[in-house]
Design a protein around this ligand. Structure first.
Ligand SMILES: *Cc1c(COP(=O)(O)O)cnc(C)c1O
Length: 486
């Protein structure tokens, strides 16, 4: 399998090169040139473990890795660090199945990919015979940062640098990042928002001159954001696994269509569902759920992507994004793999702040339906679901749950439950009208009112010493890297 850039101006590469590079040299994102040949035999798949399925998908997409390399990566990525035997678990509410993706080390779905990515990256470096130290640049809206450090922490031959918006993360997320103890981890708050951080990081990653300078010093940048194809492929696995489990539970028959509801920010998680459908997952509709930063809702309704609007800091902060990087990957396929067309859109986005997608491309997006939830609707949904079904969801999952109802999709539906409610304990308690607690007290209170245990992963979080307090402007990212690393 080969990987090409969405902007059509970069050399074709193997999977391991795409993972190592993070972003293509023309500023585009790596995508498979064609979909791998893979047979999803549901009667066999429904009895397989999560790790078996992950092996199948990784082997297909990362085909320049050997079978034994992939086996070794899967074993490290999906072992005892998960609080569930099969990585994910399920919760039923009538026709709706919550796919709980948050039982890993940092309590959000990003662990699923980021427990694997460091091992993919080090195996890729070996394969490419590079002894360069890899500097993982990460812009985070809160969850990628902790998950990336959990994955890359103390991995030899890597440094991990995380930039997060000072005002845009939950108390728990901030505590997780500031207390990170790995020696190779660097955590820096920025005064801008997530888009500022992501833009700065993408610019550095695509800077050829800088890459040459780094090379001379034995260094190389890569990315742990979902712009890296090594983030997306591991996320295909859980949609396929969930479908197989729904068959096993007798909720659907093999071949039945399902809907997939995904609370969305950078469009990575929903894109993974689309990739799953391209290799055989039967999906009727993809429901793209946004918060008040509803640029994607407008896009799917009008065909116009317009980032010229106020950036809002909301109670579902991991989705506070106006430039959804991975939409580029969807448009690439919707345009019939037309790199020139994508290049034009992305230039317009950069220069004018908007683009209008052409009619033919838009016609290929008909399976996508998009809506958004306000902060009040998020809060009300958390309370309603707890009151009526005794199930506590986090604010991001609540965005999805609210939008699910609004779109009126029917039939068996999978909703990505992207974070543990404990990760956003303050917001959940506010929804319950118990707004006074914060930090450890909020965790304790949430445990008390829901009758559930505080996840072991964060049970002692507030006893850890703060190690990272640096705060910079997003314009100082390069200078900070020069000071801290090279
Ligand atoms: C990152 C994140 C999202 C958004 O996922 P994307 O892949 O960026 O669309 C949703 N919910 C939570 C909890 C997240 O951490």
């Amino acid at each position: 399998m080969k990987y090409v850039s969405t902007r059509g101006q970069a050399p074709t590469v193997t999977a391991s090169q795409a993972i190592l590079n993070g972003i293509a040299p023309d500023g585009g994102l790596y995508v498979p040139e064609k979909w791998p040949e893979i047979t999803l035999d549901w009667s066999a798949l429904k009895t397989q473990t999560y790790a078996d399925l992950a092996t199948l998908i990784f082997d297909a997409f990362f085909d320049d890795f050997s079978v034994s390399e992939i086996d070794c990566i899967i074993e490290k990525a999906y072992g005892k660090q998960w609080q569930r035997d099969n990585v994910v678990s399920f919760h039923k509410e009538n026709n709706l199945t919550y796919l709980e993706l948050f039982h890993g080390p940092t309590l959000a779905f990003k662990d699923v990919a980021l427990q694997a990515l460091p091992h993919l990256m080090t195996a890729a470096a070996k394969k490419q015979a590079t002894s360069d130290k890899i500097i993982i640049l990460t812009a985070t809206s809160g969850d990628t940062g902790t998950a990336a450090m959990s994955g890359f922490g103390d991995v030899p031959q890597t440094e991990i640098v995380v930039f997060y918006p000072e005002e845009g993360v939950s108390a728990i997320q901030k505590q997780q990042m500031q207390t990170e103890s790995a020696d190779n981890a660097h955590v820096v708050a920025i005064t801008g928002n997530f888009d500022d951080a992501q833009k700065a990081v993408k610019t550095l990653l695509a800077d050829d001159n800088l890459a040459q300078d780094l090379k001379a010093k034995g260094l190389k940048f890569s990315s742990a954001n979902s712009i890296n194809i090594g983030r997306l492929v591991p996320q295909i696995v859980y949609y396929i696994y969930a479908y197989a489990q729904m068959i096993k539970a007798g909720e659907i028959q093999a071949g039945d269509d399902i809907n997939v509801v995904v609370p969305t920010g950078n469009f990575g998680n929903v894109l993974a569902a689309y990739y799953a459908s391209q290799i055989g997952l039967p999906v009727k509709q993809f429901v793209v759920a946004s918060n008040e930063n509803n640029v994607l809702t407008d896009f799917f309704e009008t065909g116009i992507y317009n980032r010229k609007r106020d950036f809002k800091v909301t109670n579902a902060p991991a989705m506070d994004i106006l430039v959804s990087s991975n939409l580029e990957r969807l448009l690439y396929f919707a345009s019939g793999q037309n790199g020139d067309e994508i290049q034009t859109y992305m230039t317009e986005l950069l220069e004018k702040g908007e683009y209008v997608v052409n009619a033919d491309t838009r016609a290929n997006l008909s399976k996508f339906v998009a809506k958004f939830a306000t902060q009040t609707q998020v809060s009300d949904t958390i309370k309603k679901i707890a009151d009526t079904t005794n199930y506590t969801i986090d604010p991001h999952t609540a965005v999805g749950r609210y939008v699910y109802e609004q779109t009126g999709v029917t039939g068996p539906t999978l909703i990505a439950a992207t974070a543990s409610p404990y990760k956003f304990a303050e917001t959940v308690l506010q929804a319950f009208n118990m707004a006074t607690d914060s930090g450890q007290a909020a965790l304790n209170r949430l445990s008390e009112v829901t009758g559930t245990d505080i996840p072991v992963q964060i049970a002692t979080l507030f006893n850890q010493p703060i190690r990272h307090k640096k705060l910079i402007d997003s314009k100082e990212i390069l200078a900070t890297l020069q000071h801290e690393i090279f």
